[in-house]
Design a protein around this ligand. Structure first.
Ligand SMILES: Cc1cc2nc3c(=O)[nH]c(=O)nc-3n(C[C@H](O)[C@H](O)[C@H](O)COP(=O)(O)OP(=O)(O)OC[C@H]3O[C@@H](n4cnc5c(N)ncnc54)[C@H](O)[C@@H]3O)c2cc1C
Length: 387
């Protein structure tokens, strides 16, 4: 994988993605949100044809082999208008497919990544469980080798694209070792006997991205589906940290979109005979929004810069995710405030941005959990949350 960003190529990608977002997805975004419509398969295939689903995945499986920043640029542009469209690019370039690309076998790359890159299939990540959210290593789902197979039992919760995805990267206990030592990851196809799904959740935001429990009852998959065995938790969660950069970029896009819309609105809307922007408190608020968006942007840029085939720095990732997640919640709130009653309608799209901002802060580890990581890295020690 290349580690150097090509500025011209990145700019060109940004332009194509921005045009696509505005012309193709913005007109649909409100309807998909209102009706909780899953992103249409033909649209996913279209993103595949454009090469967007494999930008930062290896060329040998049909990907673009470009640095992660190129994919983050596309995610940002799409997410400003339509998070369900951006989610497809997020999941393949920064999510579980990226974990398979980095930790999986060549055969898994051929079998799973090729169709994902073409937009024919999707892969969701299944870590959280009813009693293991922030405390992810309390997970109980088991994936145990038996007679050349792996048998999976357990239940996962809050799975984005759950019931919609074709494959699941399931984090599970693979032996009887305590805590994180037993945890590995295995690929499970949705059509294996014993896989079932809970009802689709009715989330506050994330409405064009289905979410459901995924249940495994004596599900058998070949041993070749194991991506990483037990005892390599650091590598597994290290690769997952790339997803956090995608997540932070979603929040960045939300904040940027709220800022862009507010910038226009406060210059157009007049009260007391003059545009809102002429009031000093409005100027201060707009400046505060920009300050927060740019701080998040720079932290993401630093964390995503040039780690090539290696892994991003864990402190930098947590600083970026925590800042971006909280920025998006605050900035969309300020945008709603400056839009007055219009900000509270569905028509202006601000409330949708605000609803989605909360979802991205929960997914991938809450800001509180990022803070625990931040202070651990700062002090060079771990803080046991169980004692
Ligand atoms: C929109 C959305 C999409 C998601 N997508 C996926 C997905 O695709 N795959 C997947 O596996 N999971 C997914 N999740 C699950 C997500 O990772 C969890 O919701 C998240 O990790 C928090 O876990 P929890 O909901 O169980 O909250 P809890 O862990 O119960 O936390 C509740 C509150 O307590 C705080 N808290 C917990 N422990 C501590 C502590 N030690 N110190 C201080 N505060 C603490 C938390 O910060 C939070 O504020 C998704 C969740 C959402 C909402």
């Amino acid at each position: 994988m290349e580690s150097v960003v090509d500025a011209d190529e990145q700019r060109a990608l940004k332009e194509v993605a921005a045009k696509l977002a505005v012309e193709r997805y913005a007109p649909k975004a409100e309807e998909w949100d209102r009706d909780r419509t899953a992103f249409p398969h033909e649209e996913r295939r279209y993103l595949g044809e454009l090469g967007f689903l494999g930008i930062a995945l290896p060329e040998r499986y049909g990907g673009g082999g470009a640095p992660l920043q190129h994919a983050l640029t596309v995610i940002e542009e799409l997410a400003k208008e339509c998070r369900p469209a951006a989610f497809q690019v997020f999941e393949s370039n920064t999510g579980p497919a990226q974990v398979v690309a980095r930790l999986g076998t060549e055969e898994q790359g051929e079998r799973f990544l090729r169709p994902i890159i073409r937009g024919e299939s999707t892969l969701a990540v299944a870590i959280s469980e009813p009693d293991a959210g922030s405390a992810a290593t309390d997970m109980k789902t088991r994936a145990v080798k038996a007679g050349g197979k792996v048998v999976v039992n357990g239940g996962k919760r809050w799975i984005s694209n759950g019931s919609e995805a074709d494959y699941y990267l399931v984090y599970a206990r693979m032996n009887d070792a305590p805590g994180s030592k037993a945890i590995g990851a295995v690929l499970v196809e949705a059509d294996r006997p014993g896989v079932s799904f809970g009802q689709r959740e009715r989330l506050m935001g994330f409405r064009g991205i289905p979410s459901a429990d995924v249940l495994f009852d004596d599900v058998e998959v070949p041993e070749e589906n194991i991506v990483i065995g037990p005892g390599r938790f650091r590598e597994l969660f290290g690769a997952f940290s790339i997803e956090r950069l995608g997540n932070a970029t979603m929040s960045l896009a939300i904040g940027q979109a709220a800022l862009d819309r507010t910038k226009r609105y406060v210059q157009e809307r007049t009260q007391f005979g003059k545009p809102l922007i002429e009031f000093q408190s409005v100027q201060m608020t707009l400046a505060d929004m920009l300050l927060q968006v740019e701080a998040a942007r720079l932290l993401i840029r630093r964390a995503a810069a040039d780690f090539g085939d290696g892994l991003p720095d864990s402190l930098e990732v947590s600083l970026a995710k925590c800042t971006a997640n909280e920025m998006a919640k605050r900035v969309t709130d300020l945008a709603m405030q400056l839009h007055g009653g219009n900000g509270y309608t569905e028509e202006f799209g601000i409330e949708r941005l605000h609803r989605d901002s909360h979802g991205w802060a929960l997914a991938g580890g809450t800001p509180a959990m990022q803070r625990i990581r931040i202070v651990s890295e700062l002090l060079g020690r771990s803080f046991d949350q169980r004692r």
